[in-house]
Design a protein around this ligand. Structure first.
Ligand code: SAH
Length: 417
């Protein structure tokens, strides 16, 4: 397949008629900003950007908006990747589109199924970097746990993803591509109005979504669009370790449900297990939560709390949690710690978790203990890590120390400024 630079396309009106320019098989198309053969990736673009791409490729300005809407319908409502099958478009247009554009998917390098039905995909992107997404089925619905970054910069002490060396933001196409891939696998095209096994999205995979907000927001707006994937903001939850300055924007721009990875009720402990706390301490975090738009008893912030033996799991911690949450419409998810190789913590005892839950529950907050899902395939909370970036423990400790020194320096600079 010879590459056809975009700029030349408008000058070659008969390109579709040339047999050597036939579209490659769909499975061979990797997801990317532009395909290896110069085709422009449509996934992850807004409608306006699709219209602009059509015009840049020589399509008439008149009707570009309507064509973009038609493409949107095929791509996001029908899950169609083959332009030839987009039968509401004129045949010659379909052929031209196939020459110039592609609708890709992330490559599923591995596809693991847990004994409990949880399914984990290891995704490989065009540059070879990897991230994971996890589908967690319930009886009559299911959530997809979506990654926002390759790796994560936060280095939370109890989280496996934090031990990855490489970090980069995922593009909107790579984020929305995770949803498309899961939909393909579940056979949920065209978008079913109800009874979906992919009914909810949780931005709880690898990465800190509020450190990649622009791309996450763009992807989620595509996911929420009523004429496409159509998963409403009420069924989407974004989880953050507490990037305080971005919380208001997340609420205003997306209005999705918010989850906070709290995990400790005292700054001295949270500073250690969630190092981001040194930048944005508990008080500031909770103030941002209290101001999150649209909160009510029916729409609460979820506080995630991983149960770590001897670290954060006493009845006194539970009572302090209740005190801190006062005035915030909240629910608490207690997550039994999921172990990973060389993890420096242990899970709290069943009794400690039960007692903790009871105190929070008796204070009027829902406080379910999360049943770990997909532990056997390392798909449970905090277990995600792509193998291409394994490091030695010594490296991890060295880098941790360097990051801490950096953080301290930044803080000192901030204080003296
Ligand atoms: N960076 C975001 C998104 C990741 S969500 C955030 O921190 O919220 C992943 C969730 O799993 C977070 O609540 C995280 O704290 C939790 N988690 C991480 N490691 C875990 C582990 N080993 N056991 C249980 N939960 C863990």
């Amino acid at each position: 397949m010879t590459a056809q630079p975009m700029a030349n396309l408008a000058l070659v009106p008969d390109i579709a008629a040339r047999p050597d320019k036939a579209a490659p098989p769909l499975a061979a198309l990797p997801l990317g900003a532009s395909g290896a053969d110069g085709r422009v990736e449509l996934l992850g673009l807004t409608r306006a950007e699709i219209a602009a791409a059509l015009m840049a490729a020589g399509e008439a300005e008149k009707g570009a908006k309507m064509r973009a809407n038609q493409l949107w319908h095929w791509i996001y409502h029908r899950g169609q990747r083959d332009f030839a099958q987009m039968t509401t478009l004129a045949k010659d247009l379909r052929e031209r589109l196939a020459q110039r554009f592609q609708v890709g998917r992330p490559l599923a390098a591995r596809d693991l199924q847990s004994s409990d039905g949880t399914r984990k995909w290891l995704l490989r992107f065009q540059d070879g970097e990897e991230a994971e997404s996890v589908h967690i089925p319930e009886e009559d619905r299911g959530a997809l746990c979506v990654s926002s970054q390759v790796g994560c910069t936060l280095t939370c002490r109890f989280c496996h993803t934090g031990t990855m060396k490489l970090v980069r933001n995922l593009s909107p196409a790579e984020i929305v591509g995770q949803v498309m891939l899961a939909r393909d696998a579940l056979g949920e095209w065209p978008s079913p109005p109800d009874g979906r096994m992919l009914s909810n999205i949780v931005m709880m995979g690898m990465g800190e979504p509020l450190y990649n907000f622009e791309h996450v927001a763009k992807a989620l707006k595509i996911v929420m669009d009523g004429e496409g994937i159509a998963i409403s903001k009420r069924r989407i939850t974004l989880s953050t370790a507490g990037v305080v300055p971005m919380i208001a924007r997340c609420g205003a721009e997306l209005g999705v449900n918010l989850a906070i990875s709290l995990h400790a009720v005292r700054d001295d402990i949270r500073d250690v297990i969630v190092p981001l706390n040194r930048k944005y301490p508990i008080k500031d975090l909770l103030a941002a939560c209290a101001n999150y738009p649209g909160l009510s008893n029916a729409r609460r912030i979820t506080f995630e709390y991983v149960m770590l033996k001897g670290v954060n799991d006493t009845p006194a911690d539970a009572r302090e949690l209740v005190r801190l949450l006062k005035g915030i419409p909240a629910k608490v998810n207690l997550i039994p710690f999921n172990a990973w190789p060389d993890a420096p913590y242990e899970c709290s005892s069943d009794k400690a978790i039960r007692d903790f839950s009871e105190i929070v529950f008796n204070a009027g907050y829902s406080s379910p203990v999360r049943t770990p899902r997909g532990r056997d395939i390392m798909a449970a909370c905090g277990q995600l890590k792509s193998a291409s970036v394994k490091r030695s423990k010594a490296d991890i400790l060295r880098e941790q120390a360097a990051k801490e020194a950096q953080l301290a320096q930044a803080q000192a600079a901030g204080l003296s400024a």
